[in-house]
Design a protein around this ligand. Structure first.
Ligand SMILES: [Zn+2]
Length: 270
């Protein structure tokens, strides 16, 4: 059976490790820091066979060079860097390590673990951002967080809201693996936007209980995000109304509502 194991990194990142029960071969998603991973791999005698990168921010790619050096022959699957991308000043280029550059609609096969993923382009947080969808799960990086979404670094609200629509169209039971533990904080903002949404109140209690026991709130499901995440609910009249109240004017498109909610969180909540 396939296990998805979180390896915490930095203050609040999750590096996801995929492993079948009967094998020592593993896949790593967004290894931003090699130190903890390498210790873990050595302790458990594990062999990484592939890395999957959702986007090229340092906290998702920082461990790639050291891992490739230690485990040569590993596949590195990543979106190609985009020329117009504005990298963060501390991002490290990984172009030389990529063995399979991917873009929208590509298939990724990791035969060692019997895994297959479809690549979905989901620009917004960055222009190069992709998700990997397969086996009933989606690795969505910094696009959808638990009850929230990533900031718009180099993409636009139009792109991000369209990316949200793409992810919203996946089966409701899809398990969503994002790259940061921000859920509780995000729920606080979701309650500002929709104070009467009882699904958000219920989620607050459930996620708080998990965190008090040291259990990750991730993965969530698409179904839960569609009920509680204001950044996936910009098409709902109640969210539109709240966004219009914040902006003090009528909003006409999904992207405008999305942009208003994003600005509201950036300016008043964070
Ligand atoms: Zn990022």
């Amino acid at each position: 059976m396939l296990q998805i194991i979180p390896i915490p990194a930095f203050a609040d990142n999750y590096i996801w490790m995929l492993q079948n029960d009967d094998s020592q071969q593993v896949v790593l998603v967004d290894p931003g820091d090699e130190r903890k991973i390498m210790r873990f791999l050595e302790q458990e005698s594990l062999q990484p066979v592939a890395i999957m990168i959702t986007h090229q921010h340092y906290d998702h790619t920082g461990g790639v060079a050291a891992l490739v050096k230690k485990y040569p022959g590993m596949k590195v699957i990543s979106p190609d860097s985009i020329v117009s991308e504005k990298p963060l000043s501390i991002d490290l280029p990984i172009a030389e390590f990529i063995t399979q550059p991917v873009s929208d609609g590509d298939q990724v096969e990791i035969a060692e673990l019997g895994l297959q993923f479809t690549v979905l382009a989901i620009p917004g947080h960055t222009l190069d951002h992709v998700a990997y969808y397969g086996q009933g799960m989606v690795f969505c990086g910094d696009t959808v967080f638990g009850c929230g979404c990533g900031r718009l670094f180099s993409g636009s609200a139009e792109q991000m809201s369209a990316s949200m629509d793409r992810l919203s169209a996946l089966p409701a039971e899809t398990r969503m693996y994002c790259a940061h533990e921000y859920t509780l904080d995000n729920i606080g903002f979701a309650r500002w936007v929709e104070p009467d949404n009882q699904d958000i109140v219920a989620r607050d209690n459930v996620e708080l209980a998990k965190q008090e026991k040291g259990i990750p709130t991730i993965p969530s499901t698409l179904e839960l995000e569609l009920k509680t995440n204001p950044f996936m609910r910009f098409g709902k009249p109640e969210v539109k109304k709240a966004a219009e109240k914040y902006m003090g004017k009528a909003l006409f498109t999904d992207a405008e509502v999305f942009a208003a909610i994003r600005a509201w969180k950036d300016q008043e909540y964070d």
